[in-house]
Design a binder for this molecule. Structure first.
Ligand code: 16G
Length: 236
């Protein structure tokens, strides 16, 4: 942690605290925070400024600083939805919308490295955090690797199920994120107006033996989700 500036480190610590607090809870005063983290007022203000810019907190005149309605921020490690929500102090759940076998189309077959028409399981779910819709997700896996997945309980963590039931451990993903405007059916699941902005992430995941085990399309409400990356300048 020594290689990141103090205020960014503090910001992460404050983010963890904020994740434990309900929306509109008041943060401790500047005096209390500088004493607790043993930082200067300037460092604290920089950290709070970053949180304000990210929309995680808001200020009310001289009254104080408060926790904003929660927005989930995701970093670059390969985590599951369940883990993402739990680390932010929220309770994940899922509603199964549809689960069925279908043949791979040409693009899916290419991404999986399989023949076209190879049977896949298509699992469509609504992912919720503290009971609020956060993400609509369609996951496809080869039935050859996970033969009875369609009869398993699909309302929990899929990555747990991959590991426990099929001994498949996810190791890496290629992800592409794009901004979209929601079509009516998905907007309805996410309980926002049609054409609302959303972040759509397509993930192609490989396991520890480098075989592709999942193609997922996750569509997140843009008002509740963002991606935060720590990036480093390459040393020359
Ligand atoms: C995330 C993944 C998705 C994966 C799911 C597993 C992204 C963009 N997508 O939503 O590919 O299937 O986690 O979560 O991160 P689970 O284990 O909680 O079902």
């Amino acid at each position: 942690m020594n290689d990141i500036p103090k205020h960014l480190f503090l910001r992460r610590e404050l983010e963890k605290d904020i994740a434990q607090l309900p929306p509109h809870a008041q943060l401790p005063t500047e005096r209390e925070l500088t004493a607790r983290f043993e930082v200067s007022r300037m460092t604290l203000r920089q950290a709070l400024g970053g949180l304000l810019d990210d929309g995680l907190i808001y200020r009310v005149g001289r009254t104080g600083t408060f926790v904003a309605e929660s927005r989930i921020s995701k970093d670059r490690s390969l985590t599951s939805f369940t883990e993402d929500m739990r680390t932010r102090g929220m309770v994940p759940s899922s509603s199964l919308i549809d689960a069925a076998a279908e043949p791979a189309d040409d693009a899916q077959a290419r991404d999986f490295g399989l023949e076209p028409n190879t049977p896949l399981a298509r699992i469509e779910r609504l992912r919720l955090a503290d009971g609020i819709p956060m993400c609509h997700e369609v996951v496809r896996v080869p039935l050859r690797l996970m033969p009875d997945i369609l009869t398993a309980d699909l309302t929990g963590s899929l990555y747990d199920l991959f590991g426990r039931h099929f001994r498949i451990r996810v190791a890496s993903s290629i992800q592409r994120t794009r901004a979209i405007s929601l079509d009516r059916p998905i907007a309805r699941w996410l309980m926002v107006p049609a054409k609302s902005p959303a972040l759509q992430v397509r993930r192609i995941t490989s396991d520890t033996t480098s075989q592709v085990v999942e193609i997922a399309t996750s569509t997140y409400r843009a008002d509740r989700y963002d991606f935060t990356h720590l990036i480093r300048r390459q040393s020359s």
